[in-house]
Design a protein around this ligand. Structure first.
Ligand code: ATP
Length: 458
């Protein structure tokens, strides 16, 4: 339900995952800052993506290109001409919306597009039906000026996708890394879009991070590779614990395809926003040879590939899985959030919030907790925390009742709590408590690193 999002938003703020941006000045609408736990979760997601897509494979390499590219790039890519959104305004409350988003929300709710277009749609802000202006095209590119003057010659765009930095470097990467198609180039980083209706927490923001990979293949082999990457991407999410019942494929109908695409299929997640059940998590597109051909033509540099075996020259087709870091993080948090019951100190059952994150994603891997704040227990536990910190992100906490400290760790998804108690001083062993089952096990201190290492892989 929509209130689960609200729960995640407030948990995120309370525990330091995500804060509203510039809040001391009243906040910047629909912009968010990642706190100490959020940055760990986000970096873990990116690390897992990079491993899966790049370093665990022989046929994909990475790059990190500039955010601001030559303006010509965005002309050749088609973004200056076609990266526009249809903007409409409700004449009753004067709030602006993307016309296509209004129609999509209607479709998500009613299972079909509004028959009479926007005149069937209620304003999401004031509820009045059908009072929208004729949609006008509005550029999605954010621009700035470089240099001392602000004339039209100094205009520069902040990239709306990381992909173009890959296309412009295609020939260099191909030659220096000595790869032949089929091979891919991956990149993660910030992108910027002048979204008219940002919102739904970190789902849609104007500044966001993407994880994209362009896979270059021989024309004719593109459809097969498209299927391959669709399967790989699905498996990445499910492999990290996202539940299949909350995922589905959405195939873009031909009339809604982007200007460069032959086929696009999105992985959607059941975000359950107020306005609709499903939202795009990632798009897997067949971009054909559109980008390399456009850049060849516009730059005068030949970006085709000479296939020595076949003795022929061709421009590679490109399969692109493109994901958003914020959306992925939100999906993992929503999916992992559960409430169950656990006995409190007096044995009474109480509500327990557990973030059942895959340990590879958990921001804190192990919490080290002395049973109570005590001159003997605390230093011993601190010493253990320092030892474990060499391998993992560790939290040390000796404030308050042990039960409450367990709850705090459950809520942020910490897979293991290690408790140092008075017996530890005699037997040199600690109690390890596992998050999901709450099972406790006694482990000797000389075994604790290998015990945890066996359970915290990746
Ligand atoms: P939407 O239809 O939701 O606007 P899109 O189809 O324009 O998304 P793509 O161009 O396919 O998105 O971008 C690839 C991925 O980048 C998206 O699946 C999403 O995860 C992420 N993304 C795109 N725009 C935003 C945004 N404004 N905020 C956060 N993430 C975004």
């Amino acid at each position: 339900a929509a209130d689960k999002i609200d729960t995640i938003v407030s948990l995120s703020k309370r525990r330091g995952f995500v804060y509203p941006c510039s809040e001391i000045y009243g906040g910047q609408r629909a912009a968010w800052d990642y706190g100490p736990l959020g940055v760990e979760l986000k970096e873990n997601i990116k690390r897992q993506w990079w491993r899966y897509m790049v370093t665990s494979r022989d046929d994909v390499v990475g790059i990190d290109s500039s955010v601001i590219l030559a303006s010509e790039v965005w002309v050749a890519s088609g973004h200056v001409a076609t990266f526009t959104d249809p903007l409409t305004e409700c004449t009753s409350c004067h709030k602006r919306f993307r016309a296509d988003h209004l129609e999509e929300a209607y479709e998500a709710k009613h299972g079909r597009l509004p028959a009479a277009g926007l005149s069937d749609v209620n304003c999401p802000n004031c509820g009045v039906k059908g009072q929208f202006t004729e949609p006008k095209q509005f550029s999605g590119l954010l621009s700035t000026h470089l240099g001392p003057t602000q004339d039209s010659g100094s205009v520069a765009y902040l990239r709306p996708e990381t992909a173009q930095g890959i296309f412009t470097n295609f020939a260099q990467v191909q030659q220096t890394s000595r790869r032949k198609p089929p091979f891919g180039i991956a990149q993660m980083g910030k992108s910027f879009r002048n979204e008219i209706t940002p919102g739904n927490f970190i789902f849609r923001t104007r500044e966001f991070e993407q994880m994209e990979m362009e896979f270059f293949v021989k024309p004719g082999e593109d459809e097969k590779w498209h299927e391959y990457w669709m399967e790989q991407r699905w498996n990445w999410y499910t492999g990290l614990g996202l539940r299949e019942e909350n995922m589905r494929w959405y195939e873009h109908p031909a009339e809604k395809l982007s200007h460069y695409s032959k086929r696009t299929a999105d992985i959607e997640y059941r975000f359950r926003f107020g306005g609709g059940e499903w939202g795009e998590l990632e798009g897997v597109a067949n971009r054909t040879d559109y980008d390399l051909s456009s850049h060849s033509k516009a730059s005068g540099q030949d970006l085709s590939y000479f296939d020595q075996e076949a003795g022929e020259r061709w421009t590679p087709y490109v399969i692109e899985p493109a994901a958003g870091v914020g959306r992925t993080m939100l999906a993992f948090m929503l999916d992992a959030y559960t409430e169950d019951e656990a006995p409190n100190a007096k044995g009474k059952m109480e509500k327990r919030v557990v973030m059942r994150l895959d340990p590879r994603l958990s921001p804190v891997k192990v919490a080290v907790l002395p049973l109570s704040r005590n001159p003997q227990l605390s230093p011993k536990a601190k010493g253990l925390a320092d030892t474990l910190r060499k391998h993992w992100n560790i939290e040390f906490d000796d404030a308050g009742a042990i039960g409450r400290r367990y709850r705090r760790q459950d809520e942020i998804g910490t897979p293991f709590c290690v408790t140092v108690d008075f017996d530890t001083l005699d037997d040199d062993a600690v109690t390890v408590r596992e998050r999901d089952t709450m099972k406790q096990e006694r482990v000797s201190l000389d075994q604790i690193e290998s015990y945890l290492a066996a359970r915290l892989i990746g």
